[in-house]
Design a protein around this ligand. Structure first.
Ligand code: EPU
Length: 421
């Protein structure tokens, strides 16, 4: 079993490059199913989730070739040979985002059979919005043996309202709508940069989409789409995590290849907490001077503070002066890291959807278990700040969504190593 051993006490120094965004890459790769032809993606992060989606695409009959580029990966996909319309339980079970093949398969094949994802460590995470949206577009749905089976000769445009903005829900229905007959309007749609990145790719393919980045997205169905070339946008969650790593360990780091505009809420909160951030075009210089101040955080859909940085923020608030309250409004069970942080000496009380954190003088290393992707990053940050070794297991979660996080931190001077026991 692999574990990370993090020894706190070394401050971070140097520069680090942010990888392509996992949550942009996944829907964009799924969008290759919309039409047959050769697609090329650059700045693809080498992550377990990306490999899982490539496996799923191959299982559907698509050709894919992932080759390392100079500092990232180039992925070529030829979707001409699509021969299946089923996403198996085996693959969906490994990664919930596999549900993203549902919309494009319906658009191209008029049928899809996709295993229902089930709950996960951070919440129940239903997909009812995806399914209701497809029904409104005229699809007939059936649930059989844990699979959703959908059929429609051709989807029709529809007016679809989301009770709460859903990232993959918006992405799936946007992909379903691009070749539907007539106009689709998505109201209360997600505004995350990853949704916009997918929308921009679809537009390059010939789709007619308006309102990207706003809560009303309208799509005029077209008959044909073309394959295209795409560069994956930088991962704002990885960038935020590295900013918080400096907050945890101290030091001065230049974060490169980032879009600061995607991180407005995070930058603003970290500044209030006392971190120094010099923002340039595509770089952020992060400096820590002195102790951080406690702040309150509420996770919200974009442009609010992202739930995917809540756990990491909690790790640094454990050492801030005073009391902070972190409220999680997106997922009902995203506090699994609290029990692990307590093992390091953190003082945290959970009341409903809020965690109340009293900053302590110091954390002390211990053995901890990562329960999900962002919880694993939170434990790495806590380890950077703790005295003595923190031994983290459950690394399969970290590797799903962070490209070589341990190597990048080690290059900045962190005392971190991966051992196989
Ligand atoms: N929801 C429903 N019904 C649905 C869909 C969503 O009730 O049909 C609810 C969810 O339970 C949740 C809220 O709507 O309370 C928002 O969930 P959303 O659908 O936006 O989440 P998601 O699309 O499944 C994506 C990211 C997550 C990220 C969330 C929120 C991808 C592949 N995943 O998930 O990323 O936390 O949006 O921003 O884009 C991660 O990277 O660690 C991760 C979990």
């Amino acid at each position: 079993m692999e574990r990370l051993i993090v020894k706190g006490g070394s401050s971070l120094k140097g520069r680090t490059r942010i990888s392509g965004a996992k949550n942009a890459a996944l829907p964009m790769l799924a969008a290759t199913l919309l039409t047959g032809g050769e697609f090329t993606f650059t700045n693809v992060p080498m992550l377990h989730d990306v490999t899982t989606l490539v496996m799923l695409l191959k299982d559907l009959g698509v050709d894919a070739d992932l080759s390392p580029g100079s500092s990232s990966c180039v992925l070529r996909i030829d979707s001409s040979s699509l021969s299946k319309y089923e996403a198996s339980y085996e693959l969906v079970r490994q990664m919930r985002a596999s549900i993203l093949v549902l919309g494009p398969l319906m658009a191209r094949e008029g049928q899809a059979r996709v295993s229902l994802p089930g709950g996960c460590a951070i919440g129940a995470r239903p997909i009812d919005f995806h399914l209701k949206g497809l029904e409104l577009m005229g699809a007939k749905l059936k649930l059989e043996e844990g699979y959703v089976e959908a059929k429609a000769a051709r989807l029709n445009g529809a007016h679809i309202y989301f009770d709460v903005p859903s990232v993959t829900g918006t992405e799936n229905l946007m992909m379903a709508a691009v070749t539907a007959r007539g106009k689709t309007t998505l109201e209360n749609a997600a505004r995350e940069p990853e949704v916009t990145a997918l929308g921009n790719m679809l537009r390059k393919m010939g789709a007619k989409i308006k309102g990207l980045g706003t809560e009303t997205i309208s799509i005029e169905g077209v008959r044909y789409l073309n394959p295209t070339e795409c560069d994956i946008i930088p991962d704002r969650i990885e960038a935020g995590t590295f900013m918080m790593a400096v907050a945890a360990a101290g030091g001065k780091v230049l974060i490169e290849d980032v879009i600061p505009g995607h991180l407005d809420a995070v930058i603003s909160k970290l500044r209030v907490a006392g971190l120094h951030l010099d923002v340039d075009n595509d770089r952020i210089l992060v400096k820590k001077r002195g102790k951080l101040k406690s702040i309150d955080i509420k996770t919200l859909p974009y442009p609010g503070f992202p739930t995917d940085l809540q756990a990491q923020m909690m790790a640094i608030m454990c050492l801030a002066s005073g009391l902070s309250v972190i409220t999680e409004t997106i997922f009902e069970n995203r506090f699994m890291h609290v029990a692990e942080l307590r093992r390091l000496g953190a003082e945290i009380k959970v009341e409903g959807r809020s965690a109340i954190i009293r900053g302590v003088k110091g954390l002390k290393g211990a053995q901890v278990m990562a329960t999900d992707l962002r919880a694993s990053a939170c434990l790495v940050l806590a380890g950077l700040a703790a005295k003595g070794p923190t031994i983290i297991s459950g690394l399969q979660h970290l590797d799903r969504g962070y490209e070589a996080m341990d190597k990048k931190l080690a290059a900045l001077g962190a005392n971190i190593s991966r051992v196989n026991e």
